[in-house]
Write a protein that binds this ligand. Structure first.
Ligand code: ADP
Ligand code: MG
Length: 437
């Protein structure tokens, strides 16, 4: 049950994009190499990398301002070969016309398109209001603070109602407090769907800014610019930089940026990051799995599944999740309707309850991806506690809301039986048993 259909939601895509330029000695300098990524509808994608990793080059290529040397830019399923009116860019510093007012600086973008003056005026006033420049319509750029000037930059990019809004370090020329305020306002507008845009690409070298904004994060390494790593940040928006989850992503990205290339995958896999698909745990309680194994054991270690369902007076549909769980945990093998115990299965059945738990925890860690992820996450967290909502938010990328909840329930039931972690139903927290705070 995979929730998203990726091809439907892709707005823009880079395929194998490489950009080279001629060096001063006539040599070829590769700026970015073999870049692949997609920008999805309703998502903020952050492109994070050190200075000189080719971020600005990439944003120009994706908006049609520059051509790649090789590779393709696909916009809405068609090759993009020239700047598009559907794509806007906000730069770090906006060159405003000093002799024009704020309103005129914004309106001029549409005047160039030959639109009706009254329509332009209305649109300009509306976007100025949205972006917090209400009352500054008649001010001149020299009268504005840096933060206000940048707001004009945003208004100029947004007045064309771009499908894709690209931002190249839009907050980095501002002082810390102004940047923080403007970031919060922009994310609020985005979440409240007040920005007239369908997707955002944010280029930044600021890790915290990336974790604050990104639904999807692409990390570049430099010399030449290559994709180092790519993952989702499945935290609900209006994120709190002080939260453990937020800090965990900062920590992970920091490690990704500071460690040699070869380690990217192992660093990423230590943390809680998504793959395209997620293994689905069959809905079976450990007691039911044990019951099935016992029954098969009593039949000499092998039986016909249909006979078992008869014996148990269960429908095959009801017994199948239990069989699936047995297969996933490598307790049984199923061939042509026959179910047979494996060595692990025999070991489990013949053990006492304590050793059954030991066996079960081993098989679960090895085979149940979600249980393994939860355990890793609990281990990486300082207080070894984790709220179930965090796991749910992550699972919603792969499952329907009902199934996400069920997956958590199953993981908790299995984890508890194997005594891998505990669950506090009052607070909704999972925690490691031996480190109760
Ligand atoms: P970033 O935005 O990540 O700092 P840029 O895209 O601006 O990176 O630049 C990446 C690298 O490519 C830099 O080393 C820059 O000097 C170089 N570069 C960019 N454009 C050109 C060009 N037209 N000619 C030569 N070098 C360039
Ligand atoms: Mg740049």
């Amino acid at each position: 049950m995979i929730k998203q259909n990726n091809t439907e939601t892709t707005i823009a895509e880079l395929r194998h994009v490489t950009k080279t330029v001629e060096g001063i000695k006539g040599n070829t300098v590769t700026i970015i190499e073999n870049i692949d990524f997609q920008l999805k509808k309703n998502k903020i994608t952050a492109l994070l990398g050190p200075s000189g990793s080719g971020k600005s080059t990439l944003i120009k290529i994706i908006s049609g301002l520059q051509k790649p040397t090789t590779g393709d830019v696909i916009y809405r399923d068609k090759p993009l070969s020239a700047p598009s009116s559907k794509i806007s860019i906000v730069f770090q510093n906006f060159a405003l016309f000093p002799w024009l007012t704020v309103l005129e600086n914004v309106a001029i973008v549409l005047k160039a398109k030959g639109m009706d003056d009254q329509v332009i005026n209305d649109k300009a006033l509306k976007i100025l209001d949205t972006i917090g420049l209400d009352g500054f319509e008649d001010a001149y750029p020299k009268e504005l603070s840096g933060g206000m000037k940048q707001r004009v930059g945003f208004a100029r990019a947004l007045i064309v109602e771009p499908e894709l809004l690209c931002m190249d370090e839009p907050f980095s020329a501002l002082d810390i407090l102004t940047a923080e305020n403007l970031r919060r306002e922009i994310i609020d507008l985005w979440i409240d769907r007040k920005l007239p845009t369908e997707a955002i690409l944010l280029v930044t070298h600021n890790i915290e800014e990336a974790v604050f904004f990104a639904d999807e994060c692409v990390i570049l390494s430099k010399n030449p610019g290559r994709i180092r790593s790519q993952f989702s940040i499945a935290l609900p928006h209006k994120r709190n930089p002080e939260s453990d989850e937020f800090k965990m992503f900062i920590d992970m990205i920091y490690q990704l940026l500071t460690n040699p290339e070869a380690e990217a995958e192992s660093i990423q896999s230590k943390f809680f990051v998504s793959k395209e698909k997620h293994q689905m745990l069959p809905n079976a309680k450990p007691g039911a799995i044990a019951g099935l194994l016992e029954l098969v054991f009593e039949r000499g270690g092998e039986e016909d599944i249909y006979k078992l369902s008869d014996e148990l007076q269960m429908e095959v549909d009801d017994i199948l999740p239990i069989v699936d769980a047995g297969v996933l945990l490598q307790y049984v093998k199923v061939t042509e309707g026959d179910i047979a115990l494996t060595e692990n299965g025999k070991e489990f059945v013949t053990a006492d309850i304590l050793n059954r738990k030991v066996n079960f925890s081993r098989q679960t860690i090895e085979n149940a991806v979600l249980v393994k992820q939860v355990l890793r996450l609990l281990n990486t967290k300082k207080n070894h506690r984790l709220h179930e909502d965090f796991i749910e938010e992550y699972l919603l990328k792969f499952f329907t809301p009902d199934e996400a909840k069920r997956q958590i329930d199953i993981a908790i039931t299995w984890g508890r039986f194997g005594e891998l972690f505990s669950y506090d139903a009052d607070t909704g927290e999972l925690y490691l048993e031996n480190s109760v705070s």
